[in-house]
Design a binder for this molecule. Structure first.
Ligand code: PGA
Length: 285
């Protein structure tokens, strides 16, 4: 982790937990987490199922210092898109994060780099904080294609970032400012301070119990940062948080986040139990 970048500990509940369990979850995790400066410096985010994004849960999450996010957002504001979620409505509900291009969306629901980019653009324009997922599968890793796959996924992402034009430059400065204590000043000027993070989630590590080693994660994260430098800009690459995801546990978190280019974790299974997730958060401080 590098203190000049946002540090994010995020939990993706996938299709688990309902509203009742969600309320209990935030009550328990509030008790399990001490108030500490170390925790206050981190962004703690939960991506529950959409039916858990109600105001009572929102309030309870806030008490426990968590922000909420949606597991998917559509590229249009409204319309005939059955089963999709509007980023602008989520913003009005104070749900300020979106997970985009998770490998399960890519694998089971036809998400492509093209549709993911469109979702990213809509969320970015609305000032939503974004975690954009990329990663190779086992076959691709074994065939030595990891960098080629990630590079293609990052090209689509970078093209979308660059299409936002001047706003990218302004935002990078603003987001750097947010880290160094000048966010009030930049917010007063009406600029967005939204975060666009990349989550590196090797598909072979998701839900399998096989985590990338800290060395593997650092090597890939460094490659991702170099690619962003080439494809977008040096400033953008230096400012973008890169999270690791795939079988993260309380036991392996510390060694993963100790790496310079690992700016946090995106946790699936181990985020479902408040005690386990609290341990991960403490291990990441
Ligand atoms: P896992 O899932 O932690 O259960 O491997 C990670 C994810 O899919 O984001």
């Amino acid at each position: 982790m590098n203190i000049n970048r946002a540090q994010i500990i995020a939990g993706n509940w996938k299709m688990n937990h309902g509203p009742h369990e969600a309320l209990e979850y935030f009550q328990s995790i509030r008790k399990a987490l001490p108030e500490s400066a170390g925790i206050a410096r981190k962004k703690l985010v939960i991506f529950p199922v959409a039916y858990c994004l109600t105001s009572a849960i929102q309030a309870m999450a806030k008490l426990a210092n968590f922000e909420l996010g949606a597991q998917n957002v559509h590229w249009e504001t409204k319309g005939a898109f059955t089963g999709e979620l509007s980023a602008s409505v989520l913003q009005s509900m104070e749900v300020h994060w979106a997970l985009i291009a998770h490998s399960e969306r890519r694998q089971y629901f036809g998400e492509t780099d093209e549709t993911a980019s469109k979702r990213f653009l809509q969320a970015a324009k609305l000032g939503v904080n974004i975690i954009y997922c990329i990663g190779e599968n086992l076959k691709e890793r074994e065939a030595g294609k990891t960098e080629a796959i990630l590079s293609a996924q990052l090209s689509a992402f970078s093209k979308a970032v660059l299409s936002l034009g001047a706003r990218v430059k302004a935002d990078v400065g603003t987001r750097m400012g947010a880290r160094t204590g000048t966010s009030a000043e930049t917010e007063a000027k009406g600029k967005s301070t939204s975060i666009w993070a990349i989550a590196y989630e090797p598909v072979w590590a998701i839900g399998t119990g096989k985590t990338a080693t800290p060395e593997q994660a650092q090597a890939v994260h460094a490659f991702i940062r170099k690619s962003l430098e080439k494809k977008v800009s040096e400033e953008f690459a230096a400012d973008t948080p890169i999270l690791y995801g795939g079988s993260v546990t309380p036991q392996n978190t510390e060694a993963l986040v100790r790496n310079e280019d690992v700016d946090g974790v995106l946790v699936g299974g181990a985020s479902l139990k408040p005690d386990e997730f609290a341990k991960i958060i403490k291990a990441a401080i």
